[in-house]
Design a binder for this molecule. Structure first.
Ligand code: GLV
Ligand code: MN
Ligand code: MN
Ligand code: MN
Length: 403
């Protein structure tokens, strides 16, 4: 089992890797993503699994004939810019390694099992995270998804077509979802919540969202324009960043501005325009709203003071997810023991499992990340913990398959 995991891990290691930073760029439909997707299909074929790409670009590898009662596991292959190696691929490689173990043990239930690779989980290229599962479950309209653009103005529809897929049929696939009896996603733990055990079980996903903030002012000379004569969009933007930080500190939420664009982007010119994205998350929805209200007030107040036009748009929102206790407790019982109960923890990271939980019984396993760092090259996992994750997933799948 550990051999097959290690072999697959080594196969993926060079794909999309930045040799300078050690991080990964695996944006949906780009070259590295295409390589990852081919690797997925080849890995499935080598195991005697049939692959099918659904209408939204998610790839399913089936062991057994697709049909009612299916048990599904998997994760995603795309990454954030300069992301870590584990976020996403760990769940897919572990899923194939678990299939190897089930096949080696000769498990032959009549229940179909699928390994799935969901597309655009990070939203790094087109802005909306978990796009593959949002489309699949109907949580986003096909029209809105088709028109999402990347930094070069390429639409989701165009990028899909460029990858050889038909973009005119994207949208909800209830017939696929009704066949799923259980979905289990294994994922690297992405914070500092699981340091004392190799494997944990998810209890909940914090509500989270992304807001785009636009500020328009007036470009002018950096040396000759008196401060009182300026309409500098950078100023209300900066006050928003600080308001988000202050509100996060006082409420227990988290808020990040990790992406911003400035026009015309000159050192000695007052900018004409700033566009930035706020990512905010909180343990509950009321706290999240408190934070975004505080940022909105700061934006309005300081934009008015500065003579800047401001508008903000909700780009994506995922309500709080509490994983159903039945499946969660069953998974926790299988993975832990009476002597050493497995940690059960919430997460501030978003996952396809969180989107799917509204439609199918869903659970998540986390593998320890000793650095506690994620969405960055320092994301890590010990091989022994990865192997423990595969063993836990195998146990869970075997139990679900023989239900
Ligand atoms: C995706 O991984 C997210 O949590 O933003
Ligand atoms: Mn992920
Ligand atoms: Mn991620
Ligand atoms: Mn994620």
């Amino acid at each position: 089992m550990s051999d097959s995991f290690d072999r697959m891990w080594a196969e993926l290691a060079p794909i999309g890797r930045n040799r300078t930073t050690g991080g990964y760029r695996r944006y949906s439909w780009e070259e590295a993503d295409a390589e990852m997707r081919s690797w997925f299909v080849n890995s499935a074929t080598a195991r005697g699994m049939e692959t099918a790409t659904d209408r939204n670009g998610n790839i399913w590898a089936w062991w057994g004939t697709p049909g009612p009662g299916a048990v599904v596991t998997g994760s995603h292959l795309d990454s954030v810019p300069d992301g870590g190696a584990y976020d996403g691929p760990l769940g897919i490689v572990s899923a194939f390694a678990a299939v190897d173990e089930l096949q080696r043990c000769g498990l032959s239930s009549g229940t179909p099992l699928a390994v799935v690779a969901f597309v655009e989980e990070e939203g790094a290229r087109f802005g909306v995270p978990c796009l593959g599962t949002r489309l699949l479950t109907g949580a986003i309209t096909p029209d809105r998804a088709a028109g999402l653009t990347d930094a070069d103005g390429i639409t989701w529809a165009r990028a899909m077509e460029n990858a050889g897929l038909d973009s005119t049929r994207i949208g909800a696939e209830p017939e696929l979802l009704t066949n799923i009896a259980a979905f289990v996603e294994l994922h690297i733990e992405q914070g500092r919540g699981l340091l004392d055990a190799p494997v944990g079980v998810a209890s909940a996903v914090w509500p989270h969202g992304r807001w785009r903030m636009d500020f328009s002012g007036r470009a002018d000379h950096a040396g000759t324009t008196r401060i009182t004569d300026r309409s500098d969009p950078m100023v209300p933007f900066a006050r928003c960043v600080l308001a988000a930080r202050d509100a996060a500190e006082s409420t227990g939420a988290v808020a990040t501005v990790g992406k911003a664009r400035v026009w015309p982007n000159g050192t000695n010119a007052i900018p004409s325009r700033v566009r930035a994205w706020l990512d905010a998350r909180a343990p509950d929805e009321a706290t999240l709203r408190e934070l975004t209200d505080a940022v909105d007030s700061a934006a309005q107040r300081s934009s008015t003071e500065e003579g800047v036009f401001h508008a903000s748009y909700l780009e994506s929102y995922t309500p709080v997810v509490e994983f159903a206790s039945g499946l969660r407790d069953r998974v926790a019982r299988l993975v832990g023991g009476a002597e050493t109960p497995v940690p059960v923890l919430p997460t501030g990271a978003g996952h396809d499992a969180g989107v799917l939980a509204a439609s199918v019984p869903t659970a998540m396993l986390f593998v320890r990340n000793p650095t506690g760092v994620s969405h960055a090259p320092a994301e890590s996992a010990d091989p022994a913990d990865c192997h423990a994750g595969v063993a836990a997933l195998t146990e869970v799948l075997a139990d679900l398959l023989t239900d």
